[in-house]
Design a protein around this ligand. Structure first.
Ligand code: AGP
Length: 609
C-alpha cells in the first residue's frame, strides 16, 4: 500500500502534505511527490527515495498554495523513479492525481488515449487514470463529472485524490477497494489513506465506502456515488492521539511498540477480563448472543503475522471451546473452493483491517453464507465494517512494518473468544476463572519478559554474522516459532525458518552445522521432555541452542548454550510471553546489521493490492 494525503484549507498545503506523508511513510517509501494549486497552475515536486528527497526538492523550489495532494509510494507498476512517482498529471497539465490500488485495464485505457494523441510519460497504471480524467475534463470542463466518468471506465481498485489547476478550492477523493478517510478540522478538510496522517489535525472523520466520490470545497464535504446519487456521510470522532502516533522517546516505532505491549494487552482486555470472574465480556459479540453456542466449526484466516496468530487461535479454540478449527492463508482461501457448512463461523484476522487478500477471502466466505467475525486493530477499517461482528484489538496505532503489539493483542483476543465460547459449552466456571486470572496477569509478565532486552541485544550482536537461523517450538508454540522467524527475516534480512520441533528429523536436521543459531521455545508444558530431546539432537550436530524457557528451569540451563528465561504462565498462554524475547532479538539483530527496522527493504505496512 502507498500513502495518500490531500489538504484543503488556509495553511501552506505543501508543509501539511509533507508532514502527513511523514506519518504515512511506513506505508511506502521508495519515492514520493506532491502537487499544489496556485495562480491557476499545478506545482508538482517528486523525488526518488525517502521523503527527505522530496523535502529537499521543496526547499529548493517551494510549492505555493493552500490546496495540495501527496503520495509516498511502494512500487507495484513500474520501478521506483521520478517519472513513476505520484502525483501523475494529464497531458494538458490541468489534472494531478495520487492513487493507491491497481487499475487493471490501464493498458486498454492507455491505448485508447494514445489513439487520441495523448502522450504518456510513465510506466504506471495510475497515469492512465490521470490522463483519462484530463481527457474528459478537456472536453467538458466539469471536474467532478470527469472524475466520475473516468472511474466508471476504470477496472480494479483505487483510493484517489485529485487536484485541478483551475480549482484552487476544490479537492476530489474517491474509493473502490483502497481505504480513504476524510477528516474535518477548523477551516480545513483532509483526505488520507490512513488515520495516522490526520491525528492531531482533525477531530472528526468519515470513512469512504466503495464507489463513493467526495468533493471537498468551500461548502464543506459533498458525497455522491460514482453514478451521481447523493450520499449522507456521518462524522465520527477520530480515536487515535498524537502521542500514540509519535516515537515518544524510543528510537524506532518497532521498539516502542514492543515495549507498549503490557499496555496494549491491558487495553485489549479492558472491560472484557476481570480477575475473579468466570466469564469474559465481549461487547462486540453481543449481537451474536444466540448464535454463539451454535458454532460447530471455525475457519480462521489472515496473512503473515495475523496468520500466525490465527494458528495459535486454532489451539485455543479447539482446547478451550471444543470447536473444530481450520486456519487458512487468506491469499489461498480466496482462490479455493471453501466449503461452508451450517454452523461455520469464519474469523478474519488483520492488524490494519485493509489487507487485500484478507478482504477478498472475507467476501468469498460471505458469498458462501458464512457468518463472519473480525479480529482487527484498525478502527472503522474495511474488515471491521464488512464482518457481521467482531472484537477490536484496541492495541493503538501500529506503525512499525514488523507487527509486534498487534500479534500479542490478537492472541489475547483469541483467548477471550475461546473462553467465551468454551464457557457457553463445556468449560467449567472454575477452569474459566483460572484462565481469566492468568490472562489478567499477562501484562505484568510481559513487562518482566521485556527485561530481557539487554540480553537479547548482546546475543544479537554476537550472532551478527550468522546467515541461517532455525526456530523450533511444539504445540501452541509452533506458531510462536514461525512468528519469531518471520520477525527476524523481515527486519534483519537473515534467512530464518520456523518448524515444529519434531519435524527436524524429517529433513531440516541436515542443515544444522557448527554454530548455527537454533532458537527453541521450551516452556515446561506437556511437550517439554520431547523438546529437550530435540535440543540434544541439535547439540549433537554442534548447533548453537538458544532456549526460551520458564523461569527457574535448571535442566534446560545445562543443555542449552544460552537461555532467555520468561515468566511461567498457563501452557496455552505461553506464546504471549515467549514471543517477547523473539521480538527483541529480531529488533537488535536488525540494528546490529545497520538496517532501518521501521522500514525494511521491499516491504510496506499493509498489502492492499
Ligand atoms: C508482519 O510483521 C508483517 N509485516 C505482515 O506479515 C503482516 O502481518 C501482514 O501483511 C498482514 O497484515 P494485517 O494484519 O494488517 O492484515
Amino acid at each position: 500500500m502507498c500513502g495518500i494525503i490531500g489538504y484543503l484549507g488556509t495553511q501552506p498545503a505543501a508543509e501539511i502534505v509533507l508532514g502527513g506523508l511523514k506519518r504515512l511513510e511506513h506505508l511506502g517509501y521508495d519515492s514520493a511527490g506532491l502537487a499544489t494549486v496556485a495562480d491557476g497552475q499545478l506545482h508538482v515536486r517528486r523525488a526518488v527515495g525517502r521523503l527527505d528527497g522530496l523535502a529537499e526538492a521543496l526547499a529548493a523550489e517551494p510549492a505555493p498554495g493552500t490546496l495540495g495532494i501527496g503520495h509516498t509510494r511502494w512500487a507495484t507498476h513500474g520501478r521506483p523513479s521520478q517519472e513513476n512517482a505520484h502525483p501523475h498529471v494529464d497531458a494538458a497539465g490541468r489534472i494531478a492525481l495520487v492513487h493507491n490500488g491497481v487499475i487493471e485495464n490501464h493498458a486498454a485505457i492507455r491505448s485508447f488515449l494514445e489513439g487520441q494523441g495523448v502522450r504518456f510519460r510513465s510506466e504506471t497504471d495510475t497515469e492512465s487514470l490521470a490522463q483519462l480524467i484530463g481527457f474528459f475534463y478537456s472536453q467538458t470542463g466539469d471536474l467532478l463529472g470527469s472524475v466520475r466518468g473516468a472511474l466508471r471506465e476504470a477496472r480494479g481498485t483505487f483510493g484517489i485524490a485529485v487536484a485541478c489547476a483551475d480549482a484552487a478550492d476544490t479537492l476530489i477523493a474517491a474509493r473502490r477497494g483502497s481505504p480513504l478517510i476524510i477528516g474535518t478540522g477548523r477551516d480545513e478538510l483532509i483526505v488520507a489513506s490512513d488515520a495516522a496522517a490526520l491525528v492531531g489535525r482533525v477531530s472528526q472523520v468519515t470513512h469512504l465506502e466503495d464507489n463513493e466520490v467526495v468533493l471537498l470545497g468551500p461548502g464543506g464535504l459533498r458525497a455522491v456515488t460514482v453514478d451521481a446519487k447523493p450520499i449522507e456521510k456521518q462524522l465520527e470522532p477520530l480515536e487515535a492521539s498524537l502521542e500514540e502516533a509519535s516515537l515518544g522517546g524510543y528510537a524506532h516505532h518497532m521498539q516502542k511498540e514492543i515495549f507498549e505491549q503490557p499496555d496494549a494487552l491491558r487495553n485489549a482486555m479492558r472491560g472484557r477480563v476481570r480477575p475473579g470472574a468466570d466469564r469474559v465480556t465481549l461487547g462486540g459479540l453481543k449481537s451474536f448472543e444466540r448464535e454463539l453456542p451454535r458454532f460447530r466449526r471455525a475457519l480462521l484466516f489472515g496473512c503473515g503475522t495475523s496468520w500466525h496468530a490465527a494458528l495459535i487461535g486454532e489451539y485455543l479454540l479447539e482446547e478451550l471451546a471444543g470447536i473444530s478449527t481450520e486456519v487458512e492463508y487468506a491469499s489461498e482461501l480466496r482462490y479455493r473452493n471453501p466449503l461452508i457448512q451450517e454452523g461455520t463461523v469464519a474469523i478474519a484476522l488483520s492488524q490494519s483491517g485493509e489487507t487485500a487478500d484478507t478482504i477478498a477471502a472475507l467476501r468469498e466466505v460471505q458469498s458462501r453464507g458464512a457468518v463472519t467475525l473480525g479480529i482487527v486493530n484498525g478502527v472503522g477499517s474495511t474488515i471491521a465494517r464488512e464482518t457481521d461482528a467482531g472484537v477490536y484489538l484496541h492495541a493503538g496505532p501500529e506503525i512499525g512494518v514488523a507487527s509486534t503489539k498487534a500479534f500479542t493483542a490478537q492472541i489475547a483476543v483469541l483467548a477471550m473468544i475461546a473462553l467465551d465460547l468454551g464457557r457457553r459449552r463445556h468449560l467449567s466456571p472454575e477452569r474459566t476463572a483460572e484462565l481469566i486470572d492468568e490472562l489478567a496477569a499477562i501484562p505484568e509478565k510481559v513487562t518482566k519478559a521485556l527485561e530481557l532486552d539487554g540480553q537479547a541485544k548482546r546475543l544479537a550482536q554476537r550472532l551478527v554474522d550468522r546467515q541461517n537461523w532455525l526456530y523450533l517450538g511444539r504445540g501452541v508454540n509452533f506458531p510462536t516459532a514461525l512468528e519469531g522467524a518471520l520477525k527476524l527475516k523481515e527486519v534483519s534480512y537473515v534467512h530464518a525458518e520456523g518448524l515444529p520441533a519434531a519435524e527436524m528429523k524429517h529433513g531440516p536436521l541436515a542443515m544444522i552445522d557448527a554454530g548455527m543459531p537454533v532458537i527453541v521455545i521450551a516452556p515446561q508444558d506437556r511437550t517439554y521432555e520431547k523438546v529437550l530431546a530435540n535440543i540434544r539432537e541439535v547439540k549433537s550436530r554442534e548447533g548453537r541452542v538458544i532456549a526460551v524457557a520458564s523461569e527457574g528451569d535448571e535442566r534446560i540451563a545445562e543443555l542449552a548454550d544460552e537461555v532467555l528465561f520468561v515468566p511461567r504462565t498457563s501452557p496455552l498462554l505461553a506464546p504471549l510471553v515467549a514471543t517477547i524475547p523473539l521480538q527483541l532479538l529480531s529488533y537488535h539483530a536488525a540494528l546490529a546489521r545497520g538496517h532501518d527496522v521501521d522500514k525494511p527493504r521491499n516491504l510496506a505496512k499493509s498489502v492492499t493490492e
